[in-house]
Design a binder for this molecule. Structure first.
Ligand SMILES: Nc1ncnc2c1ncn2[C@@H]1O[C@H](COP(=O)(O)OP(=O)(O)OP(=O)(O)O)[C@@H](O)[C@H]1O
Length: 356
């Protein structure tokens, strides 16, 4: 599919990718490898969460995507254009909020927006007041529009920054940790805004170190760890598959655990009428073997997601057959959905803040 491909007129689904990188790499002068061979694909129309612990390379990636710094190696395409080469053509189509908005504290919220709008050579001065009023309304700052920006709370400043990014219709909105430092109410406001913007058809790319934020607002996610992409896919795929635990309901707990252990199910836990455990990658099942791409850490390469569910089903069927064949009474059998947090901790071996 062509990167940045346009939606066909009247076409039902968003087509193409708004961001695509190949081998994108940034090594800073001091030798620090901040981003290491990143292959990222952000589908048009998605709310794409770029997740990773502090220092994992998110901001550096965003700065390369926006043409603020040049990559050491690799290529980045944004809205179908190469970056940073096409920065002048691409940036007018992108709203960005990176490292907090650059506001004049002594100016009112409204006058800050007037200033942003005036800095845009393509913005018609005759319709400026209307654009500014609409942007203020959109982020809920109409009542506070006359207040100096330095008197705004952090959440209000972020909303004003978003209003500035949304003064004109955008195809892509890029937000670097948009809720960082906000209280729960401020976070809710920003997340609601992100959802609204996305519902209007703008693709949103937002970085975060908060898992539940990604779960709440994003359709897709990519996980960074130490400059490398660990995984990317839809949020549903990530949560559902990376850490699903097999749950067997049975009165024969000991016998069931024995059979499951023999078939490679790990981390077995027995309880009242139930046994659960983890399907390991490559576990032998019913004489066959589990495909490497089906379950476990390595399946999420972004390309084999659909094909892998058939593999998982086969594994489950084999296990169920083995239990029944061994005389275990199976009253319930299935995979329990893991949370995104389970998935990411398993994939990165790192913990996350899950506040918010
Ligand atoms: N200008 C720079 N010079 C040298 N090293 C840098 C520079 N900018 C970032 N780094 C390093 O690159 C790595 C990635 O940083 P980056 O800011 O991209 O991570 P991040 O995931 O955005 O983290 P955070 O959430 O803390 O912003 C870190 O080790 C950081 O110290």
């Amino acid at each position: 599919m062509v990167a940045g491909g346009r939606i066909a007129e009247g076409g039902p689904a968003p087509a193409g990718e708004v961001i695509r990188t190949r081998g994108l790499t940034k090594r800073f002068r001091g030798g620090q490898l901040a981003v290491d061979g990143l292959d990222l694909a952000v589908p048009r129309g998605s709310v794409f969460g770029f997740l990773g612990p502090n220092g994992s390379g998110k901001t550096t990636t965003i700065r390369m995507l926006m043409g603020l710094i040049a990559p050491t190696d690799g290529v980045a395409t944004v809205l179908g254009e190469p970056m940073p080469q096409a920065v002048d053509r691409v940036l007018p189509r992108v709203g960005a909020l990176i490292e907090g908005p650059a506001l004049y504290g002594f100016l009112s919220g409204r006058d800050n927006l007037v200033r942003f709008d005036a800095a845009d050579p393509t913005a018609d001065p005759r319709t400026r007041a209307r654009r500014v009023a609409e942007a203020l309304d959109r982020v809920g700052l109409t009542a506070a529009a006359g207040k100096r920006a330095k008197a705004y709370s952090l959440g209000m400043k972020q909303r004003l920054g978003l209003a500035a990014a949304l003064l004109r219709p955008r195809e892509l909105l890029v937000l670097d940790e948009p809720t960082n430092g906000l209280d729960p109410q401020g976070m809710r406001e920003i997340r609601a805004l992100v959802r609204e913007v996305a519902a209007d058809g703008t693709t949103v790319f937002l970085s975060s170190h908060l898992l539940d934020e990604i779960e709440q607002v994003c359709t897709h996610a990519a996980v960074m760890s130490r400059g490398r992409l660990v995984v990317q896919g839809t949020v549903g795929e990530l949560a559902a598959r990376a850490q699903g635990r097999l749950v067997v309901r049975t009165p024969d707990v000991v016998a069931a655990a024995k059979v499951l252990a023999e078939h490679g199910v790990a981390d077995l836990r027995g309880g009242e009428g139930r046994v659960d455990g983890v399907l390991p990658e490559g576990a032998p099942v019913g004489g066959g073997s589990l495909e490497g791409s089906s379950v476990g850490g390595s399946w999420l390469d972004g390309s084999s997601v659909d094909g892998s569910s058939a593999g998982a089903e086969q594994v489950l069927a084999g296990l169920c057959g083995a239990l029944v064949g061994a005389g275990v009474r199976v009253h319930g059998f299935g995979l329990e959905r893991g949370t995104l947090e389970d998935a990411f901790v398993a994939l990165t071996g790192e913990g996350f803040d899950v506040a918010g």
